[in-house]
Design a protein around this ligand. Structure first.
Ligand SMILES: NC(=O)c1ccc[n+]([C@@H]2O[C@H](COP(=O)([O-])OP(=O)(O)OC[C@H]3O[C@@H](n4cnc5c(N)ncnc54)[C@H](O)[C@@H]3O)[C@@H](O)[C@H]2O)c1
Length: 253
């Protein structure tokens, strides 16, 4: 018996390392997995969470476009017949380290689209299916920046703060329908999109500098985020809703 046997899960952002690690972890626990991303994941990534004996689903989607999200959910329901868990991982920090005076409408819009609008659209479609079932679990992706304690991540931090508020509000609204809504807020996690965009050797310096500010003395790994998402999504967290689980090695900044 696995923790997610017979559960149908939609995971967004699977072309990224945290999304892929989460899909792998959910597959290990027996879930039937539907996946999506703006980008097509590499075949090595898909193979890492694809199970021969389970139905496989990936559909490309811009989650900031309502019509595409509606189409995605229609396809998931057609394939699996139901949706038990939604995991919103897609998102990102667009314009990191832009001087505040230089921020433009495009920078604001990209952060709001990728992090907030996408989460609202997917939650809205999920709720349409979860309410009639009178059950469901949603895990959203915030970030430790939601505390406003990280310099130079203005629109990103604001959008992740909004994900935190949205999560709480949805939890208050949907509890009576048997739907739980929680979020995770990671600190710095080692992912290719950060490591590969830095010049040679810089990641080692950055991860050491940031990691040393965390009580556990290091940055996190995608699998460590995936494990927390798995707990919140699963029935093991059946009396937990409206929570934001910080995954930062004890760091509070
Ligand atoms: N890596 C970290 O240190 C860290 C820390 C805190 C929070 N997060 C959050 O975790 C999530 C995953 O991040 P990651 O580090 O794996 O980054 P990543 O960039 O590798 O993955 C994010 C994925 O989201 C997808 N995406 C972005 N906008 C989209 C849209 N409109 N529609 C569909 N897909 C879209 C991207 O294509 C990408 O594959 C993000 O929401 C990020 O903000 C990351």
């Amino acid at each position: 018996m696995n923790r997610l046997d017979n559960k149908v899960v939609l995971i967004t952002g699977v072309a990224g390392d945290i999304g892929a690690a989460t899909a792998r972890r959910f597959a290990e626990e027996g879930a039937q997995i539907a996946t999506t991303d703006l980008k097509q994941p590499g075949s090595d990534v898909i193979e890492s969470f694809r199970k021969d004996d389970a139905p496989f689903f990936f559909q490309q989607c811009d989650l900031a476009v309502a019509e595409q999200v509606a189409g995605l959910f229609a396809a998931v329901i057609e394939k699996f017949g139901r949706l038990d868990i939604l995991v919103n991982i897609a998102g990102g920090d667009y314009g990191r380290n832009t001087e505040f005076e230089e921020i433009d409408a495009d920078n604001i819009q990209r952060n709001i689209d990728a992090n907030l609008k996408s989460t609202i659209f997917t939650c809205r479609e999920a709720v349409k299916h979860m309410k009639p079932q009178a059950s469901g679990s949603i895990v959203n992706m915030s970030s430790m920046t939601f505390r406003g304690s990280s310099a130079n991540q203005f629109a990103y931090a604001a959008s992740k703060g909004a994900v935190f508020s949205l999560t709480r509000t949805l939890a208050m609204t949907l509890g009576k329908h048997g739907i739980r809504v929680n979020a995770v807020a990671p600190g710095m996690i080692e992912v290719r999109t950060i490591v590969d965009t830095l010049p040679n050797g810089v990641w080692e310096q950055v991860s050491k500098a940031v990691g040393s500010t965390y009580p556990l003395g290091r940055v996190g790994q995608p699998e460590e985020v995936a494990n927390c998402i798995l707990f919140l999504a699963s029935d093991e967290a059946s009396f937990v809703t409206g929570e934001v689980l910080e995954i930062s090695g004890g760091g509070r900044l």
